[in-house]
Ligand binder design. Structure first.
Ligand SMILES: [Mg+2]
Length: 439
């Protein structure tokens, strides 16, 4: 979009144009469902739900599914009756797809302003203070249209003076056809805040809700009007910040720089209990491959690797066992082969026969920048291994995950997570590209 450039003279003439602080909260609508719909137009107007890991609970619902009374977080088996009766489309979660589409949405938002805080996989705060107040609603609409056009994901956008108020605005935007609500320029927000229940305010959790209700505070207007001294005395400083923000005074800054991660964990519950060392080894090797790929993609190296295994704490009649161990590398590394080797040797030392394992995981810790290591310890052999890793990553990126893998990671993967209803769409897989027939 075109940004308006104001010349000095022009600015002084346009005293009516104001540039107050403006924060937008962009939230993707029913994000996981929207991702699935993107590649499957047949389910666009139908009720759809997405399940959590191992097909446990409902974690995303389309509006049609909400209208049927299916609740957020409800276990799948409890909702099964309604689902079957109404022919609700069910999907296992496909996080690599959602992660990829999330990155595309965020990249699109950055085109409008690089000052964004990625708050979660489907939400971001943006600083839009450099747009004039009187144009802000249109800017919001343009952001929404662009994201929809470029990524296919529908969003709701709330704009206000503070982060907390932008959440309130977003709450309202979600119920509107246009999907955009701006509270900029509204002098008295009381009639709006009165309708926002205390537990719907950003930063007010379950405990705090109970406490406020006990003290006669049921909505955002009531909290806004409470004195800071009372809030600080009876709760904490964070709560008084929330109240200040409801008054339109910015107290919570945008966290723009995603701090470099210090560790990388890959762990899963198995789709079925695992008893053999071989299967456990395959799972651990796979987690190592995922973790090292992630670490390489951020140009980091790990100082140590931890492996942990455990049986189900709820099936104690089969005996409970849990253990973990860490190994330090002689030189920090992101080489898959080296990481798998170390992890397998840990597993050999902590694996015990006769248990039904439910979960295993791998953690790479002490992450640091790859370049420092390269300067210190680069050798010809290192260079060869780096090239090999790069080729593996590129091949898997082009032709789908696990095209190139290590033999120790196995082929059958019987232990894999239960994903009975997965759409199996992989945006990194050439063969998943939608086909268009012309003529
Ligand atoms: Mg959302």
């Amino acid at each position: 979009m075109k940004k308006k450039i104001f010349l000095f003279g022009e600015l002084s003439l346009m005293s009516s144009i104001r540039f107050t602080k403006k924060i937008a909260l962009v939230d993707c609508n029913s994000f996981y469902v929207s991702c699935e719909r993107l590649f499957n137009p047949k389910i666009r107007k139908k009720p759809v739900v997405v399940l959590s890991n191992n097909d446990g609970c409902i974690i995303s619902r389309s509006n049609e599914a909400k209208a049927l009374g299916i609740k957020m977080g409800e276990p799948y088996f409890k909702a099964k009756d309604i689902i079957v009766k109404n022919n609700v489309q069910v999907f296992s979660s496909n996080y690599s797809l959602y992660g990829d589409l999330s990155r595309r949405v965020m990249r699109t938002l950055k085109r409008f302003n690089s000052d964004i805080e990625i708050y979660s996989i489907d939400e971001a705060f943006m600083d839009l203070s450099n747009f004039p107040d009187n144009e802000i609603a249109d800017v919001g609409k343009e952001i929404r249209n662009t994201v929809l056009q470029w990524t296919g994901i529908p969003t709701s956008i709330g704009i206000a003076k503070t982060k907390t108020l932008s959440k309130v605005a977003n709450h309202i935007a979600k119920k509107k056809q246009s999907g955009v609500t701006s509270l900029i320029g509204i002098e008295n927000l009381d009639p709006i805040l009165e309708k926002i229940e205390i537990n719907d305010i950003w930063g007010v959790g379950r405990q705090l809700t109970k406490f406020y209700q006990k003290n006669g505070i049921y909505n955002a207007k009531q909290l806004k009007n409470k004195s800071n001294t009372w809030i600080k005395k009876s709760s904490n400083v964070l709560s008084s910040r929330t109240a200040m923000e409801l008054r339109g005074i910015p107290c919570i800054d945008l966290e723009k720089t995603a701090s470099k991660r210090k560790s990388c964990v890959v762990s899963r519950s198995f789709g079925k209990r695992v008893e053999s060392f071989q299967e456990l080894k395959e799972a651990v090797a796979n987690y190592c491959l995922n973790a090292s790929e992630k670490v390489r993609s951020e140009s980091l190296v790990a100082k140590s690797v931890t492996v942990f295994v455990r049986t189900s704490p709820f099936q104690r009649n089969f005996g409970y066992y849990s253990n973990s161990k860490t190994i330090d590398f002689p030189i920090a590394t992101n080489n898959s082969i080296e990481i798998v080797k170390a992890a397998v040797s840990i597993l050999e030392s902590i694996f015990k026969n006769g248990y039904r394992y439910q979960k295993a995981g791998v953690m790479l810790t002490g992450l640091s920048n790859d370049t420092e290591r390269k300067n210190l310890f680069s050798s010809e052999k290192d260079e060869k291994i780096n090239n090999l890793m790069r080729s593996i990553d590129n091949t898997n990126y082009r032709y789908g995950r696990s095209t190139l893998s290590l033999a120790s990671a196995g082929v059958h993967k019987k232990w894999n997570m239960r994903r009975e209803y997965s759409s199996k769409i992989d945006t990194a897989d050439f063969y998943c590209m939608p086909k268009i027939r012309i003529g």
